[in-house]
Ligand binder design. Structure first.
Ligand SMILES: *Cc1c(COP(=O)(O)O)cnc(C)c1O
Length: 391
């Protein structure tokens, strides 16, 4: 039963439910901008829409350099190459995350060292970080779960003491803040996802945020199949040639045009999500208190990016029963993540299956409620009423 519906990618189509878990929402100008991109005659990567997306994120966050990529997974893969991750290196990753956070480093031969999470924010437990560091530790990859920042002050202090790079998996956290500073601006590198389940999307897409200026030039090369094509386009070299390892990590202008239509409406989209989040919080508070359910926790030093809204049920049985109750009312609620440390792949790295008890517990009890920009008040009230019927 536990493995029946772990992820939105493997479950029934949204149309099977009166109220789906996620619906890809459109901000308005997607088609017009795609038509513009077609009219310019430049539809491969790095045209004007890609540049507009990059500079918008750079200026909003104050990031040195942003490069759109074909996915967050690919931005993480680029990070692993940029940090020169070698076979035998260790990378510390929360067990409670999407597989790509680990896979990107494993592809370079790294051994993932799984860290447990805090029971409140579901972010990596910074008090367990120091004890996992060895001479082989090359990077730590904090995931800002749900768009709520990890304890970056402690994480930064520990990492700088040991000269370990930070790569923020910020798939959930664009425009969230920690101690007044944007998520994605703490690590040498940070990654974004523009998959259709994220706050802003273009179906499939991502971005690499580069805060360490020393990594910019090589990132351009890795993203362009290991060639110095970017220097060629800037007129810095006569011919472009093969200078490093790399791959094809550029999205086409069609995707960038779609994405720009979403990013330019960032205030509207984030506000719509805040309204949904606040309504769930307020309307479910009393029910949660009386049924032993925990609502999301946002510490004082954090401003959430409103990526999702999760309940923590008192037990696995209660979680599964609430899923069924909602399903029978035409509402789809889902859970994630299956712990990585105790997965088939995790075991191959010799991870101790008992090393992340909080992750195991949370994975059994977490439930994600329908949450998307266009969720109407009426639909949301139906979800809320249905939940309140559940004892
Ligand atoms: C969605 C997600 C990813 C992967 O993003 P893609 O753009 O689909 O590659 C990675 N990490 C986390 C935490 C995610 O939520």
């Amino acid at each position: 039963m536990k493995n029946s519906s772990p992820d939105t990618r493997t479950i029934a189509a949204p149309r099977d439910y009166a109220i789906p878990f996620n619906k890809p929402c459109f901000a308005g100008n997607e088609q017009a901008y795609i038509a513009d991109a077609m009219a310019t005659g430049h539809v491969s990567g790095d045209g004007s829409f890609t540049k507009k997306c990059n500079s918008l994120i750079e200026s909003l966050l104050g990031v040195k350099k942003v490069m759109l990529t074909t996915s967050c997974t690919h931005a993480l893969e680029m990070s692993a190459i940029l940090l020169d991750i070698q076979p035998g290196d260790e990378v510390i990753i929360p067990s409670f995350t999407f597989v790509s956070t680990a896979n990107a480093f494993v592809l370079r031969g790294a051994k993932p060292i799984f860290i447990d999470i805090r029971p409140d924010t579901l972010n990596l437990d910074e008090t367990k970080l120091r004890q996992l560091i060895t001479k082989r530790t090359k990077a730590v990859v904090p995931v800002h779960y749900g768009g709520v920042g990890c304890a970056m002050d402690s994480i930064e202090a520990i990492c700088s003491e040991h000269n370990i790079a930070i790569v923020e998996d910020n798939a959930h956290g664009l425009l969230g803040k920690y101690q007044g500073r944007f998520l994605g601006t703490f690590g040498a590198l940070a990654t974004q996802s523009f998959h259709e389940t994220k706050n802003f999307h273009c179906g499939e897409g991502g971005a690499l945020l580069i805060n360490d200026p020393k990594l910019v030039e090589r990132a351009e090369i890795i993203r362009e199949k290991g060639t110095d094509r970017s220097r060629f386009f800037r007129g810095q070299v006569d011919k472009y040639s093969w200078v490093d390892i790399g791959s094809s990590y550029l999205p086409s202008e069609i995707l960038a045009a779609f994405l720009y239509a979403q990013l330019e409406k960032h205030e509207y989209i984030q506000n719509a999500r805040k309204v949904i989040y606040d309504r769930y919080s307020k309307q479910l508070a009393e029910w949660a208190a009386s049924t032993g359910v925990t609502l999301p926790v946002v510490p004082r030093e954090c401003e959430t990016a409103y990526h999702n809204f999760c309940l923590l049920l008192p037990s696995l049985e209660k979680r599964q029963a609430l899923i069924s109750h909602l399903k029978s009312n035409g509402i789809l609620a889902v859970y994630h993540y299956l712990p990585l440390h105790s997965s088939t792949m995790g075991a191959r790295f010799g991870s101790d299956p008992t090393s992340c008890p909080v992750t195991e517990d949370i994975s059994d009890r977490l439930l994600r409620l329908p949450f998307f920009n266009d969720l109407t008040e009426r639909e949301q009230n139906k979800v809320i009423e249905c939940i309140k019927d559940f004892k």
